[in-house]
Design a protein around this ligand. Sequence first.
Ligand SMILES: [Zn+2]
Length: 418
Amino acid sequence: MKGNAAVRIQAIFQWKRVRFRGLAHLLAAVALLSLPQISHAAAPAVTVSDARLGVHPAKTRFVVDLTGQVAYRIFSLKDPYRLVIDLPEVAWKMPFASGRRAGGDVSSIRYNLFKQGTSRIVLDLSKPMEVVSSFILPPGNTAKYRLVIDLRATDAARFNAAAGWPMVAPPPVVPRAKEPVAPALAKKIIVIDPGHGGKDPGAPSKSGATEKSIVLTMAKLLKKDLEKTGAYKAVLTREGDTALHLRERIAIARKNKADLFISLHADTLPGKRSIRGTSFYTLSEKASDKEAAALAHKENQADVLLRVDMSDNTEEVNNILIDLAMRETKNRSVRFAGVLVSELGKTTRLLKNPHRYAGFAVLKAPDVPSVLVELGYLSNQSDEKNLRSSSWRKKVSGSIVRAIDGYFDPVAIKKASR
Ligand SMILES: [Zn+2]
């Protein structure tokens, strides 16, 4: 990200002004701030569904996903170094336990109800850090609000001088909204991409079965199994033996507003015929940022990238939004790969270190969580037998469906990530 903090903050305010242009919004915000504390018989109006760290060379970005707009306050405490974020009382639906998850100089993230009316997140720091900027982004590509806090390293003297209990009051309670209307349960859209096709057969095998036909058979089975559940709509990038450019495969996922993209392949290692097992690839950290950002920019940013109209925003704000979207997509891809490893590990043999990172172009949609599955090695006799066996394919397809169920169900994700 270019630009200094001042420019960035200014950009945010500009953008906020655009977003909150309506007087009604302003009045609502004022009303919110002056509300007296209300009774807590009702459940908190806002839920925190995730929090994550992005560690960059120049800054550490902490992002909290919220189901609604909240006021917040941030302060720091010394001995040991901590950063405290107070929110009005929220419900926690975090995918990780308090005290877990770390990154860069943040050694752990703790969260809890601090006292009635106030919920608290504490970042334990291994080195002194200071807040460069903080802001709340209204929903973009997801229905979430995001509290974004950018931190950078500072020295102990500066940290200690700024540390201390705040003089300002804790954030006001968010009034409980009317009974929330249950959102219509939309089917999740899974785009399945059978690799290769047409003139490109992919990996060959001794028996003459080619990768392109094996993965197409698997993709059709997976589509059938997914749609049987009633929870998913599955779209194949190719239904027959046709050639497709890698970019076209991504375009199909994005055009269909896919919730997940799964590219199916089978590998070959003719020199090492003993190697076998299924493996899962997500985009490597290095490969992703540059290429995905280039794609996002090429598509004029306002494209469905964030599924929100970005044309009112400044370049700087768009960069922040793109950066956030890509990181979120990457995190989701990694999470999905983790569930795949745990589900398929129960039914079939996996390669050593089955979750791997690579710069595959087909994984570069900036807004669709994507995993490439290498089902097995056609160069290995046992794997080849499996890949051509309908009972093995049935078993594996069932496991992928369970992994997808697990990915969309936070309770199951929680179990899988322990
Ligand atoms: Zn392949």
